[in-house]
Design a protein around this ligand. Structure first.
Ligand code: NDP
Length: 285
């Protein structure tokens, strides 16, 4: 597996497995199948309500802990003082004594207060790296300028229709690793049916999903595709035996629409719907 080195020196696999929308009772089987397929990096979150299922799979698989890279995320807290309790609860559900990466899930609420609490967890070695998610560039730079420990990762939406090239430049300049969520357009929005991508995929005897993951990996972006289907898990893992040429990279770059088809984290709607403590009723989670 190809790794990236985070700004604190730790190594993270460039390809992992996401578990958004996999119910807790199905997460164990899905993660076990993913581990069987070769994935060693798993991305979950407190708000996914499936950390227990993920933890059961980790325990059952019997893979040495140091070979795994486990990420979970802090949801928006009613009070930053609750951060360590939320972290402890995630660890307990996962059945682990440390995580590899702990992210602030959304750029809402008292993220500065939460970060100071997370820095304590990091100092104790209970999270090997800290990062953020869904931070647009301005917010990220403001955050970096007013915190002691620099985030190691920003996990943001990125796929062929919303490529985030400028955001990536800002992240690279600040030594923050870009990680893509929704790489496959969440299996909708037409990414997987796009004729340009189909043409490139056919020329390599690969699927569109493989081409999209390969394109992000060639941009040095960490990817965490989700699937509950073992055939597709294996397909998404098998992206290291071909290379997109410059023309193909350029032709994919023309597909960028520059805006998210899902949600704008600057919007009032996002602040109102995502910026509150655990609430599954919004439909966005
Ligand atoms: P993805 O872009 O990974 O797409 C997942 C969808 O694509 C599923 O419906 C899956 O269906 C389908 N799919 C997967 N592989 C293939 C394939 N080879 N061919 C055809 N269809 C395929 O979306 P996600 O939203 O899940 O993003 C990935 C991960 O990123 C999440 O699981 C989560 O860990 C993280 N994430 C983080 C967010 C954040 O706010 N920080 C927001 C959203 C996601 P099936 O399962 O049936 O195969």
């Amino acid at each position: 597996m190809q790794n990236v080195t985070l700004n604190n020196g730790i190594e993270m696999p460039i390809l992992g497995f996401g578990v958004f929308k996999i119910p807790n009772e199905e997460a164990e089987a899905a993660v076990l199948a993913a581990l069987e397929a070769g994935y060693r990096s798993i991305d979950t979150a407190a708000i996914y309500h499936n950390e227990e299922g993920v933890g059961r799979a980790i325990a059952k698989a019997g893979i040495p802990r140091e070979e795994l890279f486990i990420t979970t995320k802090l949801w928006v807290q009613p009070d930053a003082a609750n951060t360590q309790r939320a972290f402890d609860a995630s660890l307990k559900r996962l059945g682990l004594d440390y995580v590899d990466l702990y992210l602030i899930h959304q750029p809402f609420g008292d993220v500065f207060g939460e970060w100071r609490e997370m820095e304590k967890v990091y100092g104790e070695g209970r999270a090997r790296a800290l990062g953020v998610s869904n931070f647009y560039s301005g917010r990220l730079v403001d955050f970096i300028l007013h915190t002691d420990l620099r985030p190691a990762v920003n996990q943001i939406e990125a796929h062929p229709f919303f490529q985030r090239v400028k955001s990536q430049r800002v992240l690279e300049h600040r030594d923050v690793q870009m990680e893509s969520w929704g790489s496959l357009g969440q299996g909708k929005m037409g990414v997987l049916e796009n004729p340009t991508l189909i043409g490139i995929a056919d020329s390599h005897g690969k699927s569109v999903a493989q081409v999209v993951l390969r394109w992000l990996i060639q941009r040095d972006v960490v990817v965490i595709p989700k699937s509950v289907n073992p055939t597709r898990m294996a397909e998404n893992f098998n992206v290291f035996d071909f290379e997109l040429n410059e023309d193909q990279m350029r032709s994919i770059s023309t597909l960028d629409k520059g805006v998210s088809p899902y949600q704008d984290h600057y919007s009032v709607d996002s602040a109102e719907r995502l910026g509150k403590p655990d609430d599954l009723s919004s439909g966005l989670l």
